[in-house]
Design a protein around this ligand. Structure first.
Ligand code: ZN
Ligand code: ZN
Length: 334
């Protein structure tokens, strides 16, 4: 059940391939280098591809912004789909067992829909049905100074835009980490070029560069309405959570994405370098995440998935994080 909700669906054959991916030859640095190269190459291809290129099957325009079926990342426009998805080829994810597959936003609009649900006052979740890609949800947080979209889903259609506009639109976007970047640029464009706040350390993982993306450096970044981004590292070097002080009836909410990951038991959270490939975080990383979260006042935690229909630690979230981190450290340190 839980595997249905996490970045999972790892079939047995993938375990063997994952082991290969984790060979010393493919270090994290090499992956990042590959990604930088890929992103740069894609950008160059997009620029170089002339309109109406005489390429068999190429559309008579600048091309398609392909979406990876497995991780839902949208890439810069190209005449043909890219050869690889660096996010899926990273040791934290996995390539579709049937090979790399691509789709488009147009195709997705015909086969999926978004369900927008009120979670509490001034908070709505946005979830795509049936499940697409990793299966995360996004959240729209309303503040008196404008709305913030936290995390993102690939599907953006007219019905979604209309409903989000009814709720006040989107003034700013922030996304926890590259697994959820999906079609963030489409969302920004649909809402007046809303800035997308991403930590500088994740720049190599942006597959569709755009001026609307604002990279920030350091430990924290203030957003409107008292919201604050906190970079914790861990699952990704520039991983960020969003602190919403007005959440949980003013007791504060932590918008966690998938770190801390809410467990089947909502009295527990966990921390992983890779969820689908079961690569744990080390003690130093766990302690750093806890140290970054400790100064924040929060009672409730919202995770990226509808775990058992909820994916929420409704109350006592800070204690849950501390106890879970202690449990984790005992488990890995022996
Ligand atoms: Zn992918
Ligand atoms: Zn992830």
């Amino acid at each position: 059940m839980v595997e249905d909700r996490l970045d999972t669906h790892v079939e047995p054959i993938r375990h063997a391939e994952a082991a290969t991916d984790m060979s010393p030859k493919k270090t994290r640095r090499l992956f990042l280098q590959d990604c930088s190269t890929s992103a740069a190459a894609l950008a160059a291809m997009a620029t170089a591809a002339p309109a109406g290129a005489a390429d068999a099957g190429a559309a008579p325009h600048e091309g398609t912004a392909s979406i990876c079926v497995t991780c839902s990342s949208q890439f810069a426009e190209t005449a043909k789909p890219p050869e690889h998805c660096p996010i899926c080829e990273d040791e934290r994810q996995y390539v579709n067992p049937d090979g790399q597959q691509w789709t488009s936003l147009e195709a997705l609009r015909a086969s999926h829909k978004n369900v927008i649900k009120k979670e509490e006052s001034d908070l709505h979740s946005i979830n795509t049905e049936p499940k697409f890609g990793i299966g995360q949800r996004a959240f729209l947080i309303r503040t008196p100074e404008g709305n913030v979209l936290w995390d993102c889903v690939a599907l953006l259609d007219d019905a979604t835009i209309a409903r989000v506009k009814e709720l006040g639109g989107i003034a700013e976007i922030a996304i926890s980490h590259p697994h959820y970047y999906s079609t963030m640029v489409e969302w920004s464009r649909a809402f007046g070029g809303a800035p997308i706040h991403i930590h500088e350390a994740e720049r190599p993982w942006v597959m569709r560069p755009d001026p609307c993306i604002r990279f920030w450096k350091g430990r924290t970044q203030d957003l409107r309405g008292g919201l604050k981004l906190v970079s914790t590292g861990g699952h990704f070097e520039g991983y960020q959570v969003l602190h919403w002080p007005a959440g949980a009836e003013g007791r504060g909410a932590l918008m966690a994405g998938d770190q801390p990951q809410i467990c089947m038991d909502p009295e527990q959270v966990s921390f992983m370098y890779s969820y689908p490939n079961y690569i744990p975080l080390n003690a130093t990383a766990i302690r750093h995440v806890v140290e970054c979260l400790d100064p924040l006042e929060y009672d409730r935690i919202y995770g990226a998935f509808f775990i058992r229909g909820k994916g929420i630690v409704p109350t006592g979230g800070k204690g849950v994080v501390r106890r879970s981190a202690d449990r984790y450290l005992r488990a890995i340190l022996g």
